[in-house]
Write a protein that binds this ligand. Structure first.
Ligand code: OOG
Ligand code: NI
Length: 265
């Protein structure tokens, strides 16, 4: 387990930009040399005991993170939680898990055989949250997973790493609206996720979000190299609650669409 939060996020970021070459460009475009504060990152897994949401969460709870919200995505067959740190400037963490038992026997068998290949010790190691894939995967199996669940295929191909980082627009110098951020991104030729509209959420639900579509990178399968969607960048603007403090939760209807940023566009 990590003992230093900043080191953990530095390692997550370094892995993330290797998977997401556009993220460094977006970061430069928006930051103009100033520091960017991350609203949250997201992690994905399967609900099999050896690697479930709890196993990932343990790495964050040991750093003082607290379970702060539950979400269920029925159509995508996912459950999720978000975690907050007592130091509000630390990024929140959104962790989801695929409800494997709700899928076909074929998908269940595939996922079980992938998870069997992980060494339990690796799930407890310092680097687990950015350790990537722990199993062999051929491109036919990837395609078969993709036909049933984009999420299952993504986790099978990429394993354990940040699926996205999220710029906090509240802390972004020079911007006060998400539309301005989206405009800057589109002028820079970055492609936004338009599922359900480019802006997900509203001031009414206290959270507006947008995201790029995932980069496509070359991934090695046992039988081939293939270009597939990797990771994306998200942008979030939070609004104050009645007590004046910023809303810190997530909005399930918006999250449902953010997940689609790793779909093949
Ligand atoms: C998580 C999608 C949800 C948000 O901010 O609502 C999310 C994922 O794609 O793994 O990040
Ligand atoms: Ni997110």
């Amino acid at each position: 387990m990590h003992t230093d939060i900043n080191k953990l996020f530095e390692n997550l970021w370094n892995d993330y930009i290797e998977m997401t070459p556009s993220a460094e460009q977006v970061h430069q475009l928006l930051s103009r040399g100033e520091t960017i504060i991350n609203d949250h990152i997201a992690l994905r897994t399967f609900n099999i005991e050896k690697v479930n949401l709890k196993v990932l969460a343990a790495h964050l709870e040991s750093l003082g993170y607290v379970d702060s919200g539950d979400y269920h995505f029925e159509a995508k067959k996912l459950k999720a939680k978000h975690f907050e740190h007592p130091d509000a400037m630390q990024p929140k963490v959104f962790i989801s898990e695929l409800l494997v038992e709700e899928f076909s026997p074929e998908l269940q068998n595939t996922i079980k055989s992938l998870v069997e290949q992980i060494d339990v010790a690796a799930t407890k190691a310092d680097n687990f949250l950015y350790s990537g894939r722990h199993w062999e995967l051929d491109s036919k199996t990837y395609e078969a997973l993709l036909a049933e669940s984009e999420y299952a295929a993504w986790v099978a191909a990429f394993g354990y790493r940040a699926n996205h980082f999220t710029v906090s627009i509240n802390h972004l110098p020079g911007y006060t609206s998400i539309l301005d951020v989206n405009e800057t991104l589109k002028k820079g030729d970055f492609v936004l996720n338009s599922a359900g509209g480019e802006v997900k959420g509203s001031a009414e639900v206290l959270l507006e979000q947008s995201s790029t579509m995932a980069d496509r990178i070359s991934v090695s399968f046992t039988d081939a190299e293939k270009e597939i969607p990797s990771c994306f960048y998200e942008f979030a603007l939070r609004y104050p609650k009645a007590d004046g403090s910023l809303y810190t939760g997530f909005v399930a209807a918006s999250a449902d669409k953010i997940f689609e940023s790793t779909n093949a566009s």
